[in-house]
Design a protein around this ligand. Structure first.
Ligand code: NDP
Length: 289
């Protein structure tokens, strides 16, 4: 068996087209969706992510505001900016690019963002709402994975799903969303004994580990749906400098039924869902009049 490829670029293009149409309608009603992005410090990967988010906004007709602070920025300045953006009715989404420099209390910064504008879905109240099945901003990466599964009509109810990773931004919300959709979910992490025992049972396997080519073909159930969230830059070997996922694509693709590539899989969907959350937030404002 050779897996079909679940193309995140193609699905993103389709969804972004729909979002652009919705953004244009809202703009015509006098509510142009607007995302404010805060970047602190000079981390090159963060700068690339922010650039891609801003470019994604512009292409979809979403206004973006970018605020950059130096590595030694005072937390009070950034918190002051967040307070001003919270109070600005023309701003519908606020995003602080992580990680923050060490003088910042990351949790305090995330909690300072208004729940109504928390388009990353990292605020504790949004996390709590999501866990209780209430209306909430869903974190973008796991939300993007759910859209990918939906686009392929992957049966979730009763499916065995295994998530490797339990981070707040990917693993935990991923497990919550799959559970809500009716899957039987196992969450694995660094203390899991016999990881392969779990992964080989998975109808749906989500890898969010941060280790290049960590999941190999012999760990995958034949025909499984394999979602590779990892984004790793290889530092040595013949592919040095290239991006790769947490799944060893070469050994996994002949075993899996459906697989996401890296790049071009989950990555583009993450930004698409950020745009979707921003448009959704603007839609709420427009409905309130
Ligand atoms: P974290 O480092 O926060 O979490 C990694 C998780 O993997 C932890 O829960 C850790 O367990 C677990 N883990 C580490 N080693 C092992 C092991 N040997 N066996 C089983 N589990 C293990 O990473 P993130 O969740 O933030 O990101 C994961 C990956 O996804 C990264 O490559 C990141 O770059 C990528 N990413 C991609 C995005 C996209 O848009 N495609 C968006 C966000 C992230 P423990 O909790 O015990 O330490």
């Amino acid at each position: 068996m050779t897996a079909r490829i679940l193309d995140g670029n193609a699905l993103s293009a389709k969804l972004r087209g729909e979002l652009a149409a919705r953004a244009a309608t809202l703009t015509a009603q006098g509510v142009q969706p607007c995302l404010a992005v805060i970047l602190v410090g000079g981390d090159p990967a963060s700068a690339v992510y922010v650039r891609n988010k801003v470019a994604g906004c512009e292409k979809a007709g979403i206004k973006s505001l970018k605020y950059e602070y130096p590595q030694d920025a005072a937390p009070a300045d950034v918190l002051g900016r967040i307070a001003a953006l919270n109070a600005d009715p023309a701003v519908h989404g606020i995003l602080v690019q992580l990680p923050l420099p060490p003088q910042f209390d990351e949790k305090a910064v995330l909690e300072a963002i208004s729940v109504e504008k928390d388009v990353d879905g990292f605020h504790a109240e949004n996390v709590g709402r999501l866990s209780q099945g209430q209306d909430a901003f869903v974190p973008c990466t796991p939300n993007g994975v759910m859209e990918m599964l939906k686009s392929e009509n992957v049966p979730l109810r009763g499916a065995e799903a295994v998530v490797i990773g339990r981070s707040n931004i990917v693993g935990k919300p991923m497990a919550m969303l799959l559970t809500a959709a009716g899957a039987t979910v196992t969450v694995c992490h660094s203390a899991t004994r016999d990881l392969a025992f779990h992964t080989r049972r998975a109808d749906i396997l989500v890898a969010a580990v941060g280790r290049p080519r960590f999941v190999t073909g012999d760990m995958i159930k034949p025909g499984a749906v394999v979602i590779d969230v990892g984004i790793n830059r290889l530092t040595d070997g013949p592919d040095a400098g290239k991006l790769c996922g947490d799944v060893d694509f070469a050994s996994a693709a002949p075993v899996a039924g459906l697989i996401t590539p890296v790049p071009g899989g989950v990555g583009p969907m993450t930004i698409t869902m950020l745009l979707a959350n921003t448009v959704q937030s603007a839609g709420r404002v427009a409905r309130k009049g």
